[in-house]
Design a protein around this ligand. Structure first.
Ligand SMILES: Nc1nc2c(ncn2[C@@H]2O[C@H](COP(=O)(O)OP(=O)(O)OP(=O)(O)O)[C@@H](O)[C@H]2O)c(=O)[nH]1
Length: 399
């Protein structure tokens, strides 16, 4: 499977700049799995320490690229436009918008930490980015609430069979209504019980319903905040205020500068600098004017302080911290490496087993699964063994 990250945020926060910086990569032609003419869909990458050197092998990715020992594995990035204040009331919620949002496994909320855009995206000064965070969460919650309410109505109007045991549980009806969010009745039940509520909607007041919607949203649409424009003077204060505010403690906030990432990638492409996405430094390798040199030194200070431009860190936090996804490589344990260099890498859900991995490779491989082999230790792994991030696994089949 491939993951989809949805980029959300009000206008003028730097969403396009972030999208362009994250998807602008020097990838060999034809290596894009998401061939598309839609400008709001692009390919970003998560970096994984490449295991090929450990096995004295080369890395020749079928998708993505490998640079300086980091394997960059594709993920789909979708720029979800239209999440503006009042969107759930119908101002901006078009069908495209809803399907983009539904498709996203995880969201990146790009927030302007400079405080120089107001809630509508107009220029201002001293705007508190917390308002943007609240507004977006609220929009999403309202949207979930609308669908939850529809599910409750449906449940309440249902005919419950005459015999005990015939009843349909509310969790089943709600899960069906909210199926686009990829939830299920067990999860709905868990959420209801975790809020100390009964599985009986007639006992839920408005606040309970909102809390339910919010909790389901949090579980099904995890989110990372990209604290953008951290290169501006005002951003630092806002970042400190928000990251030390207990009310926002539950959020993953990653400091970022889409500008810095865009500039470094452009300079790298032009042969002026040698920059690997995600690194906290770069080398100037071409001729630069005094002005360019000054600009690059400012960026150098920024990446040294924040451990990078943050763009790559945001994408990786979304996949590896919020979703707990892991990258697994197919390998050969025979030692002969008859299969050649490292080519594929798959990003799998946190609980993925050896058998799940086999099915990801091919349904025939899944069907014929005998056991896996951990290529580092040579040990056998059973169908239900949960794999680890950066595992290299050979699948042995009956065929
Ligand atoms: N200082 C600074 N400015 C940035 C950064 N990223 C974007 N900007 C500026 O913020 C403004 C808005 O950037 P866009 O990328 O067009 O923002 P957007 O969110 O896509 O805006 P819409 O297209 O209106 O939705 C532009 O003037 C950018 O140059 C950044 O990292 N640092």
């Amino acid at each position: 499977m491939s993951y989809t990250i949805g980029l959300v945020g009000k206008p003028s926060v730097g969403k396009s700049s972030f999208f362009n910086a994250a998807t602008m990569n020097d990838v060999p032609e034809g290596a894009y799995p998401f061939t598309t003419i839609d400008p709001s869909v692009g390919e970003a990458y998560v970096g994984v320490d490449c295991p090929a050197p450990e096995f004295e092998e080369t890395c020749e990715p079928n998708h993505g690229f490998c640079r300086e020992g980091t394997r960059f594995v594709p993920v789909k990035l979708v720029d979800v436009a239209g999440l503006i204040p009042g969107a759930h009331e119908g101002k901006g919620l078009g069908n495209q918008f809803l399907s983009d949002l539904n498709e996203a496994d995880v969201l990146v909320h790009v927030v302007d930490f400079s405080g120089e855009t107001d809630i509508e995206g107009e220029p201002t000064e001293g705007h508190d980015p917390r308002e943007d965070i609240d507004f977006l969460e609220n929009e999403l919650d309202q949207w979930y609430l609308d669908i939850l309410e529809k599910g409750i109505e449906k449940f309440e109007s249902m005919y419950q069979g005459p015999n005990p045991g015939d009843e349909v549980g509310v969790e089943e009806v709600l899960a069906e209504q909210m199926s686009a969010f990829r939830t299920n009745k067990d999860e709905i039940k868990q959420v209801v019980l975790s809020l100390d509520l009964e599985l009986a909607p007639e006992t839920w007041d408005d606040e309970n319903r909102f809390d339910l919607a919010r909790e389901i949203r949090k579980r099904t649409k995890p989110m990372v905040i990209a604290a953008n424009k951290m290169d501006t003077p005002a951003a630092r204060g806002n970042y400190e205020a928000i990251t030390s505010d207990p009310e926002y403690e539950h959020l993953t906030v990653v400091p970022a500068s889409a500008h810095a990432e865009g500039s470094l990638k452009k300079a790298d492409e032009a042969g002026v600098v040698d920059y690997t996405p995600g690194d906290d430094d770069f080398e100037i390798v071409g001729d630069v004017s005094d002005e360019q040199a000054r600009g690059l030194e400012t960026i150098r200070e920024f990446v040294a302080e924040y451990g990078g431009t943050g763009v790559q860190a945001v994408i990786e936090a979304a996949l590896f911290d919020e979703l707990d996804a892991k990258a697994v490589f197919p390998g050969s344990a025979s030692g002969s490496w008859s299969k050649g260099p490292f080519r594929d890498c798959f990003v799998l859900p946190d609980h993925a087993t050896a058998e799940d991995f086999a099915y990801t490779l091919h349904s025939d491989i899944g069907d014929g699964f005998l056991h896996g082999i951990d290529c580092r230790s040579g040990r056998q792994v059973g169908a239900d063994s949960v794999l680890e991030h950066r595992d290299v696994v050979e699948i042995v089949t009956t065929g």
